[in-house]
Design a protein around this ligand. Structure first.
Ligand SMILES: Cc1cc2nc3c(=O)[nH]c(=O)nc-3n(C[C@H](O)[C@H](O)[C@H](O)COP(=O)(O)O)c2cc1C
Length: 197
């Protein structure tokens, strides 16, 4: 099991520093119902525009319904499948496109759903789990497999599980897993008083 805390100038809250998108999961360790409820509640308590909470999640738990979990796994890109196969929980992230109070388009639904998903991932870190969000999946196939209506926005699949030693991964993946995490400098993302190219 490896830890890859963010290297920062200032000390961050440990769950922010310690969350990282690892690929080595313990396929034999189930996640309890209580822990899964905590992940869902963490997402639910995210802020959202008008308190709409537009996010919807579909949980596919290999220890509860292996056939559905497996069908979901098969919707991932081959590269993602190669490691997500060891993650016992695959969570589909979706959102409703309209506000319920007036039926207008909710143009913040993606923003809000991202916030909820990060809450979920941070709660996972706090509970000793690892999470890894994925955009690499076949949306049409996933809609068909899980009966997701066309009007619903689909954003990601999040792999969740307990971390494991790296043995389950290919040599190439191990090399990437061991690489230090990095970010561009703060000044490329944060500007003072005006937009700065
Ligand atoms: C919306 C989204 C889509 C992503 N898609 C993939 C993916 O398909 N496969 C993958 O291995 N990682 C994916 N990632 C993980 C990112 O590569 C990862 O978050 C990024 O490299 C930063 O690393 P860290 O999460 O460990 O800090 C995705 C992350 C996000 C937020």
């Amino acid at each position: 099991m490896i830890q890859k805390p963010a290297e920062t100038e200032q000390k961050l809250s440990s769950i922010i520093a310690e969350r990282w998108s690892g690929k080595a999961y313990d396929a034999s360790q189930a996640i309890s119902d209580e822990v899964i409820t905590a992940l869902c509640e963490a997402a639910l308590w995210a802020p959202s525009c008008y308190g709409e909470a537009p996010w919807r999640y579909i949980l596919c738990n290999r220890f509860k319904d292996e056939a559905t979990w497996h069908k979901t796994l098969q919707c991932l890109s081959p590269g993602n499948q190669s490691w997500a196969i060891n993650a016992p929980l695959l969570i589909i992230t979706a959102s409703m496109p309209l506000f319920t109070h007036n039926g207008n388009e909710n143009r913040w639904s993606g923003y809000d759903t991202g916030a909820a998903s990060l809450n979920l991932c941070l709660q996972a870190t706090a509970l000793g789990l690892m999470s890894h969000q994925m955009g690499g999946f076949d949306t049409d196939k996933l809609r068909e497999v899980l009966s997701i209506p066309a009007k619903v926005n689909l954003w990601s699949v999040i792999a969740v599980g307990y971390p494991a030693p790296l043995d389950s991964l290919s040599d190439e993946m191990i090399e990437r897993e061991l690489k230090a995490r990095s970010r561009r400098p703060l000044t490329e993302h944060f500007f003072e008083n005006r937009w700065t190219d």
